[in-house]
Each structure stands twice: as C-alpha cells, then as structure tokens.
Design a protein around this ligand. Structure first.
Ligand code: SAH
Length: 518
C-alpha cells in the first residue's frame, strides 16, 4: 500500500524543500520498522520544479494476524485463509495511517526545525493514493464518498472507482478508488486530514479503539473537523462505531465550535465587565436589579445602544417575576452567558441554589469574575455553581431543579439541533418550570439601526415571529407534558408585538389545580 505527496517549486522555494518539511532527505531511500511491516520513504522525483515523496508500507500479513489475533477484516472464522489473503497489503487503510504517523511524526505536528517558516506556509500539494478502499457509508460510496470527505477541506478531488477485474468489465466496480487530491494547504494539515480520513474511508480499524482515540481524533481534527459537514460519519467511523466514544467526541467538537464562535463575543464581554463599576455580588439582601450596567453591556442581545440595556433589564425582571410566581428556589440558568441573571437570582432570598451553565468557558470565567466567586463567603458560594456544558446533550447534573431559564439561548442553536436541546431540558432535566425568552423578529422593524432583513446578532441562527414561537412552544409543551403561557417583554406594540417573547412552561403534574401542589 502506498501514497505519494508532491509539490511544485517557485523561484524562491525549490520543490525539494518538501524534504525539510517531511524530515526525510530527498536523496536517500529510508526504511522504518512499524508494528505491521516495513515502511519505506523514497523520492521518485526530486527537482527544484517538482518533488514527490512516496510512503510505501510493506505489510507483513503474518505479523498482522499474530498481533491482531485475527481481529477485523482478516478474522472471519469461516474463512481462515482470509487472515492471510486480504486487501491489507495493498489498500491504503488504518495501517497506512499509523505508518504515516510513525514516519512523519514531526511533519504531522507542523514542526520543521531546518525551515521553521515553511511549516506555516500553504503549499501547492498533490496527494495520490492508487488504491483507496472507500466503504459505502449511508447513501454514498466510492468516489463520491472520497469527494464528500476531502472537498470540504479545500481539496480538488479526482477519484475513480477501480473495476473489480479489468478482464471482466461487466463485473462492475470494486469498492477501491484511485484518488488524487490537489490543493494548497499546509503540509501538516494535509497529513492530519489523511491520518484521520484514511481509516474512516476504510472503515475497518485493525486495532481495538480505546478511549484515548477520542483525544487523538480531536487533536488531528483541530481546525477542520468541527465544521466538516461529514463530521458525524467521520467521528463514528474513526471511533469504530463505539457509541459512547462517538458521543463524547461529538460533544467536545461542539464545545470547540461554539467556544470558537463565542470568542469574539467574550472579548467584548471582557471589556464591558472591566469598565463596570464594582458591584456587590451575591448579597441576597442587597438592592434589586438596577440600571447600573455600562452602556453597550448587552448590545449583543439586542443590537442597539439605549433601549437594549433597558430591554435586557426588563427581560430579567420578567424572568424573575415568573420564577417568583412559581416560588422557584433551586434554579438553572441555561446558557447563562456572562452571569447577570445568576447575579440577580442570588439577590433573592427565596433562591437557595443557582446553577449557571454555558458552553463557553470564556463567558463562564467572565461570569465568575462578575460574581466575585473567589471572594464569596462560604455560605454564598454554596448557593451558586457555574458549570460548562452543551445543552444539546442530556446532562445528569441538571435533574431535580424547580426551574430552568433559557434566556436568549434557543436562537443560538442550529434548528436541526434544537430538538436535542428541547429533549435534554424538557425530557431529561424536567424542571417544574421552564422560562424561555427569544427575540420577536416582527419587532425588528422598530429598531431603527437594524438594516431590514437582518437578525439582531450575528450568531442568531434564526429569529421567530410570534406565530412560530407560539407553535414551537405549544408543540414542546404537548409533547413533554407541560402547559405554556406567553408573556410580552418590553413595549407590546399593537402591530408587531413586543421585542422579546417569553414562554412560561409549567410541568403538568406541577400545575396548581386547587389541590396538592408545590
Ligand atoms: N442567557 C444570557 C446569554 C444569552 S447569549 C442572557 O440572556 O443574556 C446565548 C448564550 O448561550 C451564550 O452564552 C452561549 O455560549 C450559550 N449557548 C449557545 N448554545 C449553547 C449550547 N448548545 N449549550 C450551552 N450553552 C449554549
């Protein structure tokens, strides 16, 4: 099995620089022992204009059987010879990926001691894999599968299915594909992608997939996997369909993606908090929520300067009122962001416990600073917890609470992921009360500074009108056994309604029916 990596040179960079990047001299053929046979690196061509490195793995089928105890493709009990006679010696598979990592370890890490500046540069690359197994995945297979994995990463893919037997064209295509990838990428990125995607295409790992494979996947996938449209297929197959590992990886990928999207936001938040006058945090007997937020503090939420501050305050007042009506003492603030609501909840003597959860570690650290968590008395500290988590996954830490708040959160979630969030809150955590707020898109025409047709914040995946929110909320309520009521927040415009819509969900077995209820 083998693959080649080529690059072309320019006036100031000879193609043979590839040798520095790979840490392998173009003038020498080298041999490496790997656990499954010998790997060879050599350069079929090495000129200033064009340089090609080849990695060839000479698989030792007997070593493979001994090591693998006949596991995987070779292990069919009814075909003992399959352990020795299989495609392992010639098809690029997880074995080749392991050889790649062994032989090009530094290049994979993007290290180039001789020419440090080279490692960071995108180079014109061509990678050929003459025999690439591409096992059907869902509706895609063969060349189409290869394209769907590499094209989103910026590769131009030339892939062609290999016939089962050239002498008998009527037998049709095999599942092997001759592939050529062309693109301008950093060599390290290209190698990381191959390292992950070769075994994904092959879909038959030759070794037992242990939990540390999740770390390997996330390390190799840094910067490209979180946004890959085939992320689910890649993760599932890379982890050999071990569901718990796949779920763990997907969750951490989502954290990475969301944290990234959140970074600029958190920076703004940092500045805003730094400008704020010191506040008394966590004093239940302290003054109620005041208008003391710095201007622009919540420009995020509402997109304008003056009104939004007041609207954010009104929104929190509306939420606090709803929670007070329900007498909620133990409260979850889901997607708590920078922690203003957590802070105000702690001012209510009725509230005995607040958990602020967010996916963004940076937002949580801003919240911790806002609350002066480090200086809180023990008694106060016992009332509050800030935890990181992704709401699209059920989370055992969230069960058993009186109420949950989702304030301006649902619109940050991709619509296809929203049912997962709904399930984790209404289906799994099941608090007695849920308060959900979200912008009313109809009101956007009243924000003068908001260009027509724009959402209020770049990260909003959608903004709903009153009918859409109403329909969604009623469906959720019916499905999970809650009642729902709607309360306007902010000026209730006769034509377009209020700027913020609030839905108050009450678990059916919690509804006061003139009898036994909390
Ligand atoms: N509740 C706050 C913040 C709203 S901004 C307020 O009303 O002001 C939305 C917040 O939801 C962000 O802090 C974002 O990090 C968080 N968030 C978005 N998607 C999330 C998810 N899937 N899991 C947890 N938090 C999420």
């Amino acid at each position: 099995m083998f693959l080649t990596i080529s690059t072309t040179g320019t006036a100031d960079r000879p193609a043979t620089d590839l040798g520095f990047l790979l840490h392998k001299h173009p003038g020498r053929a080298q041999r490496f022992e790997t656990s499954h046979g010998e790997a060879h690196v050599f350069y079929p061509e090495a000129s200033d204009a064009l340089c090609t490195a080849a990695l060839l793995l000479d698989v030792d089928p007997i070593a493979l059987v001994r090591r693998g105890k006949g596991k995987g493709r070779g292990g069919s009990p009814d075909f003992a010879l399959a352990q020795y006679v299989n495609d392992r010696p010639y098809a690029a598979s997880s074995l080749l990926a392991v050889a790649l990592r062994t032989v090009f370890a530094s290049a994979l890490k993007g290290r180039c001691d001789a020419r440090p500046e080279l490692a960071g540069q995108a180079l014109p690359l061509r990678i050929t894999v003459p025999v690439l197994p591409a096992k059907a995945g869902g509706e895609r297979s063969g060349p189409e599968l290869v394209r769907s994995l590499f094209e989103p990463l910026g590769w131009q893919v030339d892939a062609e299915a290999l016939p089962l037997d050239t002498a008998f064209p009527e037998w049709g295509d095999s599942r092997y594909v001759r592939s050529e990838l062309t693109g301008t990428l950093r060599l390290a990125d290209a190698l990381q992608q191959l390292y992950v995607l070769l075994p994904v295409l092959d879909d038959a790992k030759h070794y037992w997939v242990a939990p540390d494979e999740v770390d390997k996947l996330l390390r190799a996938g840094a910067g490209w996997l979180a946004d890959h449209p085939e992320q689910a297929l890649i993760t599932r197959r890379y982890l050999a369909r071990r569901w718990s590992l796949t779920r763990d990886a997907m969750e951490r990928l989502e954290l990475a993606r969301l944290a990234e999207a959140d970074d600029c936001e958190a920076e703004e938040i940092d500045n805003a908090v730094a400008d704020e006058p010191p506040e008394e945090a966590g004093q239940p007997e302290g003054p109620p929520a005041s208008q003391d937020e710095g201007p622009g503090d919540e420009a995020e939420a509402d997109g304008t300067e003056d009104r939004p501050v007041r609207l954010a305050v009104q929104r929190r007042e509306a939420i606090l009122r709803a929670l007070a009506d329900r007498g909620a003492a133990r409260v979850l603030d889901l997607g708590c962001g920078q922690g203003q609501l957590v802070q105000e909840l702690l001012r209510e003597p009725r509230v005995t416990e607040v958990v602020g959860l967010d996916v963004s570690a940076r937002a949580l650290s801003v919240a911790a600073r806002r609350l002066h968590l480090d200086r809180m008395s023990e008694r106060q500290a016992a009332r509050v917890k800030l935890v990181q988590g992704a709401l699209t996954y059920t989370d055992a830490r969230l069960t058993g609470y009186d109420a949950a708040v989702l304030s301006e959160v649902i619109e940050h979630v991709d619509p296809p992921r929203l049912p997962a969030l709904v399930h984790s809150v209404f289906g799994a955590a099941r608090p007695g009360t849920v308060v959900v707020t979200t912008p009313n898109v109809e009101y956007n025409v009243r924000w003068e500074s908001l260009p027509a047709g724009h959402v209020r914040h770049a990260d909003h995946r959608f903004e709903w009108d009153r009918t859409q929110f109403g329909d969604w909320a009623r469906q959720v309520a019916a499905r999970y056994g809650y009642t729902v009521d709607f309360r306007p927040v902010g000026p209730d415009d006769p034509e377009v309604g209020p700027p913020t819509q609030l839905a108050l969900f009450i678990r059916t077995d919690d509804v006061p029916e003139g009898g036994d209820h909390r």
